[in-house]
Design a protein around this ligand. Structure first.
Ligand code: CTP
Ligand code: MN
Ligand code: MN
Length: 509
């Protein structure tokens, strides 16, 4: 905690400012007495270590020159958890459960904040395995992982954004994406599932032994894990990242409206960058792709939560102007607690409105924004929804609701003059927005579906394979009883499926 001793709060004893390297390093006051840091020189080097020690001390941290029992936090750079543990063993120091092993990113954030920042999985080199709040009688003992059964279904795991295994999941996601670009669905799925399961782990994998009992990790996946544990990186991932086809597809698909087919075509035609495509006179672009190129810079820069909130205000205003009883819920990644997204998703439903009102809402909203000059692009898809139609068995079948994919012009709230890389004089940013209108009876299913992530595909797989039910964005059908199961809330859907409820922020699978 950032507690300042009373004696130092007054303006009385002003110390002369210590500046310049020529002066002797001043003895800095220690502000944060609960923390005793030690910075590991191994793989960091003497100079950088000395530099970081000085910075941290200036900010009021206690940083020891030597490793001793009083040290509470070890900070390392370019070391894995197992590297540090091994090093400690060589030093003959027992890593007590109290000792935090942290990546330098934590210290850098602390220095930036001028106080200790929260330690999360991305900082912790070895995550606390006794993380649960339950009173474990032997907190020192690490539970053998194989005993904590991990489900192969993401919908039976809690996956927050606190991913302790970024180093592995980032690698898997690159490989999965490459397989997707090469239309190898099986391998793509295998790496996606592996990434998904590792994201749910409350600890960092530091040795192959840790992978025992974890589902969805095939031989290929394990090979990559092993390589990363040993070398800190995977040669296969490195090769993919350097691959011309991968790089081109990644670039092409970053344009709104460009999918695999178009990317393939452009790649075969020999294109490797966007500017040549943009200026090519022989190519024909869809309306969506034209908008994609026109607002490219804005659309590739992610949507922040603040921007999502500002869009939410626009959506609420517009919707309530026509249907005052409508409920508007932000779904997608932002509902799962993400700080950034590629778009902002909203689900709209109204308890009282007629089918006609319902059908008219999105066109009216679009019309309003068009008149206000806020509409940069839209594609309205009419509803093909039919009551009592059996849910789709396909895990990634699209739903039948009326929806609109748009690009909105979001005016900046505050004009920070000269700040950030905004185009000179441009006072707005193009933002991708998805609006979905659903019948009131479907709202729980639609909300579950549009809150998304891979989690939701696994819910459908689970329903089919484990419950003889069919789930999609509209309904849940029990094949044994031959009935549709009604739900007023997401909780009720989980209950129908016999699953523990998982909150949206735990669905980041
Ligand atoms: N979705 C859908 N039908 C579509 C498009 C999307 O059901 N035609 C669902 C997807 O299942 C997804 C959710 O809506 O889970 C949100 O989709 P999307 O915006 O693409 O992803 P996010 O999870 O919101 O991630 P991002 O932050 O990148 O937007
Ligand atoms: Mn989204
Ligand atoms: Mn979306």
């Amino acid at each position: 905690m950032d507690t300042m001793p009373m004696a130092r709060m007054g303006p009385r004893k002003k110390k002369p400012r210590q500046m310049g390297a020529s002066m002797a390093s001043p003895a800095h006051d220690i502000k944060f007495r609960d923390l005793v840091l030690y910075i590991l020189e191994r793989k960091m080097g003497t100079t950088r270590r000395a530099f970081l020690m000085e910075l941290a001390r200036r900010k009021g941290f206690r940083v020891e020159n030597e490793l001793s029992d009083s040290v509470t936090h070890i900070v390392a750079e370019n070391n894995s958890g197992s590297d540090v543990l091994e090093w400690l063993q060589v030093q003959n120091i027992k890593a007590s459960s109290q000792l935090e092993l942290l990546d330098v990113s934590w210290l850098i954030e602390c220095i930036g904040a001028g106080k200790p920042v929260e330690m999360t999985g991305k900082h912790q080199l070895v995550a606390r395995r006794d993380f649960s709040a339950s009173s474990n009688p032997e907190p020192q003992k690490i539970p053998p992982l194989a005993v904590q059964k991990i489900s192969p279904y993401a919908c039976q795991r809690r996956t927050t954004l606190n991913n302790c295994n970024h180093i592995f999941t980032d690698a898997f996601e690159v490989l999965a994406e490459n397989y997707e670009f090469r239309e190898n669905e099986g391998c793509c799925l295998a790496f996606m599932r592996a990434a998904s399961v590792l994201k749910s782990l409350p600890f960092t994998i530091i040795s192959m032994k840790d992978t025992e009992g974890i589902p969805c990790l095939g031989d290929k996946v394990k090979c990559i894990i092993e390589e990363i544990i040993e070398d800190g990186q995977s040669s296969e991932v490195k090769a993919v990242l350097n691959d011309e086809r991968y790089q081109s597809f990644k670039l092409f698909t970053s344009v709104f409206g460009v999918g695999l087919k178009t990317s393939e075509k452009w790649f075969r035609m020999g294109f490797r960058n966007l500017s040549n495509i943009r200026s090519d006179k022989t190519l024909k672009f869809t309306r969506m792709q034209k908008a994609g190129f026109l607002y490219y810079e804005d659309l590739v820069s992610c949507v922040t939560r603040a921007e999502a909130e500002a869009v939410s205000v626009l959506v609420n205003e517009a919707v309530w102007a026509f249907l005052p009883d409508a409920s508007v819920t932000m779904t997608g990644g932002f509902r799962r607690g993400k700080k950034i997204g590629h778009d902002v998703d909203f689900l709209i439903t109204s308890p009282e409105s007629t089918e006609e009102d319902e059908q008219q809402l999105l066109p009216k909203v679009i019309n309003l924004w068009e008149r206000k000059g806020l509409l940069l692009y839209y594609d309205l898809m009419e509803s093909t929804f039919e009551k009592f139609k059996l849910p789709s068995r396909k895990v990634d079948a699209l739903d039948h609701f009326q929806k609109c994919f748009l690009i909105l012009k979001l005016h900046h709230q505050r004009v920070d003059s000269g700040k950030s890389g905004q185009q000179e004089g441009k006072t707005w940013k193009a933002i991708r927005v998805d609006l979905v209108m659903c019948p009131y009876e479907c709202r729980a299913y639609a909300l579950l579906g549009w809150t998304g992530s891979r989690f939701e595909r696994d819910l459908r797989r689970y329903a089919t394979h484990e419950r003889k039910m069919i789930l999609d964005n509209h309904a849940l059908y029990d094949k044994t009883k031959r009935i549709f199961l009604k739900a007023e809330s997401e909780e009720e859907i989980f209950a129908h499926l016999g699953l523990d409820y998982i909150d949206p922020w735990e669905r980041n699978a």
